[in-house]
Design a protein around this ligand. Structure first.
Ligand code: ZN
Length: 634
């Protein structure tokens, strides 16, 4: 499929890509059926995420869908086109807030035009009372607010809490004095509500909140059972179903442990309330799903890392007190995405490391995947974007990036997911809650620093993971370029950095730049009004990454909230306005949308007398149509 279309369209700051599932045709019919049911389960929870993101999202979506399908008036005029762009942005973000910056979209059509659209279709009274949410920029303006000093719960427009203050939430979830050995992830799967002075959880389960969607997820998971790869996987699926039926977080942990033990299945999946980035206090998890197929050839690299996990742990530049004595079952595999849903779609992670529960990671290890068909699609779409040519200072850097950049970033992702997150330990009695709103940023920084420190280690060459340290140099250049400049294209002028991964990248790059200033480790060059950051001493930069890793590990292990706040607020939040404006101008001139997401393939069931006998894969190319299809089928 050499003429495969990787990018189908671009609107506003979004480009729409497609990914290929080249392994699908190598599967047996039984495996294809398994993929089919898992992919249905992956799509079934979409509405949960929409509602979690904001309480008006589903209502607004219904209005948008109806207008797109039924509006009979002029569909070519510029206002309708602007309406379509707005709608596509909402579909892409699973709601009214930008998926990355978390700020509310501003429509480029007028209120009166919107009124005329509403009048042209038939919608019930309660649905159309939606103007404030679209047109009032101050109303529910941000999905996740992390500004120090604000009541983060009341200021955030997400829908995880109703009527409670930040203090009440923290009070409700305060850990008991004597920390249990295997603490459940409290608050993970519920909405916390205050009504008539009483604070209680509405649990997301069959018979509870989101019951209709969860019943569908359970239905497809149960359908998938006979086609599971082995008994261990069936055991895990049964526990997951049990958890969805009861809402019991202890069963979720049981499931996670059994899921971890399944390291053999060529098909694996994630389906549940997993990541907590959407909650400023990191208790509530958004719903997501990823279905994956193993890419056997590509697995050799992370396997080597996993086999040597103990060596990496022992040689890490961190305090001995924070090191694990033994490293349990780091399972790292390279997979192809077969279906993404919920918070993983359309915008998609390129690597995943789970479970998130700290005690399970310490007692049982973690499972890590790199999603190589996603990375490949990004690389194919970005090949000629011009970003590298614009922001890299010299030809050597550009050539290095073209030849080894892709490998460097894959190895970085493997190290980050497979070893970084799984490394280190907490001191007794310290929980991840101690760092509160800074936890995600500190944890991402820790995993990135681990990857950066080790990619430049001769051991990695010796293991055959990279051919020479030139690959590591390409990754250092790219990390510094991105952390100090390129990633700013994702932030609007005058705004601070909010997103955890972006904060972490700026912390690392800016900290290294400042601390290596005297020795000239990274040089800032301005030529023809354009700024560049050039790495001059790779070994010294590696030592700086090691020093910062030691500090970040200490912060996490000791639960040093003030240390975390200091580091994040000093290096990760604020942006140099002049440099920011320069980056935006240079980036804009390239005409490249900074964000990308994916259209899913379609798995077509082939049935005979009501029985599923085979499954075929197709690759649709119309993003909006897929969004409408997903809305219709629920
Ligand atoms: Zn991470």
């Amino acid at each position: 499929m050499t003429d495969f279309i990787w990018q189908t369209e671009q609107f506003d700051d979004i480009k729409i890509l497609r990914y290929q599932v080249s392994t699908f045709d190598t599967l047996s019919t039984k495996e294809k059926k398994f993929i089919y049911y898992l992919s249905q389960a992956a799509l079934a929870g979409r509405d949960i995420l929409w509602d979690q993101n904001n309480k008006y999202n589903l209502q607004l979506r219904k209005v948008l869908e109806t207008i797109i399908l039924d509006h009979k008036g002029d569909r070519e005029c510029s206002e309708f086109q602007q309406f379509l762009v707005y709608a596509k942005k909402v579909f892409f973000a699973n709601g009214i807030h930008h998926h990355y910056s978390m700020t509310k979209f501003a429509p480029l059509f007028t209120k009166s035009y919107f009124q005329s659209l509403l009048e042209s279709v038939s919608l019930s009274e309660e649905l159309i009372s939606i103007e404030q949410i679209i047109f009032d920029p101050l109303y529910m303006s941000k999905r996740v607010v992390l500004d120090e000093g604000k009541d983060l719960i009341q200021a955030s427009a997400n829908n995880y809490y109703a009527g409670v203050t930040q203090a009440e939430v923290e009070q409700f979830y305060t850990s008991p004095e004597n920390q249990e050995e295997c603490p459940i992830s409290r608050g993970l799967n519920s909405t916390l509500v205050k009504k008539n002075g009483e604070i209680y959880e509405e649990v997301w389960k069959v018979g509870g909140k989101y019951s209709a969607q969860i019943e569908q997820i359970v239905f497809h998971l149960e359908k998938s059972l006979p086609y599971a790869c082995n008994e261990q996987q069936q055991k895990a699926i049964r526990l997951l179903v049990d958890y969805y039926k009861t809402g019991d977080l202890k069963r979720f942990d049981d499931y996670s442990v059994e899921w971890l033990k399944d390291t053999e299945s060529p098909i694996d999946f994630i389906n549940g309330f997993i990541e907590v980035y959407g909650d400023p206090l990191a208790y509530k998890a958004s719903w997501e799903s990823v279905v994956q197929i193993i890419d056997k050839e590509a697995c050799a690299r992370p396997q080597k890392m996993a086999e040597n996990a103990l060596w990496f742990e022992q040689n890490a530049p961190i305090d001995e007190r924070f090191k694990k004595r033994e490293v349990k079952g780091v399972t790292a595999r390279v997979m192809q995405v077969a279906m993404i849903g919920g918070d993983c779609h359309p915008a998609t992670p390129i690597g995943i490391n789970l479970p998130n529960s700290e005690w399970i990671r310490e007692a049982h290890g973690s499972k890590s995947v790199t999603l190589d068909n996603i990375t490949y699609a990004y690389d194919m779409a970005a090949a000629n974007s011009g970003v590298l040519a614009e922001f890299a200072e010299n030809e050597t850097e550009k050539t290095l990036a073209r030849e080894l950049g892709s490998l460097g970033s894959s190895v970085h992702t493997d190290l980050h997911e497979c070893l970084g997150h799984g490394s280190g330990k907490m001191l007794a009695g310290v929980t991840t809650e101690a760092l509160r709103s800074y936890y995600s940023t500190i944890e991402e920084a820790r995993a990135d620093l681990f990857a950066l420190y080790y990619i430049m280690d001769p051991k990695v060459v010796e293991l055959g993971i990279i051919p020479s340290l030139e690959t590591a140099k390409a990754e250092y250049n790219s990390y510094i370029r991105n952390g100090l400049m390129v990633q700013l294209m994702r932030v609007q002028l005058g705004e601070n950095i909010e997103e955890s991964h972006m904060r972490n990248r700026q912390i690392i790059a800016a900290w290294a730049y400042e601390h290596g200033k005297k020795e000239g480790v990274i040089e800032r060059i301005v030529r023809d009004g354009k700024t560049y950051f050039v790495v001059r001493n790779y070994e010294a930069l590696r030592q700086l990454f090691g020093e910062l890793l030691a500090e970040v590990q200490r912060i996490k292990s000791e639960g040093d909230y003030l240390g975390a706040r200091d580091l994040v607020e000093t290096y990760g939040v604020k942006v140099d306005t002049n440099l920011h404006s320069e980056v935006l101008t240079r980036y804009e001139a390239l005409g490249v949308a900074p964000y990308a997401g994916f259209i899913n393939p379609v798995y077509q069931p082939i049935e005979k007398e009501g029985e599923l006998i085979d499954v075929e894969i197709t690759y649709p190319a119309d993003f909006l149509q897929q969004m409408l299809d997903y809305g219709k089928n629920r």
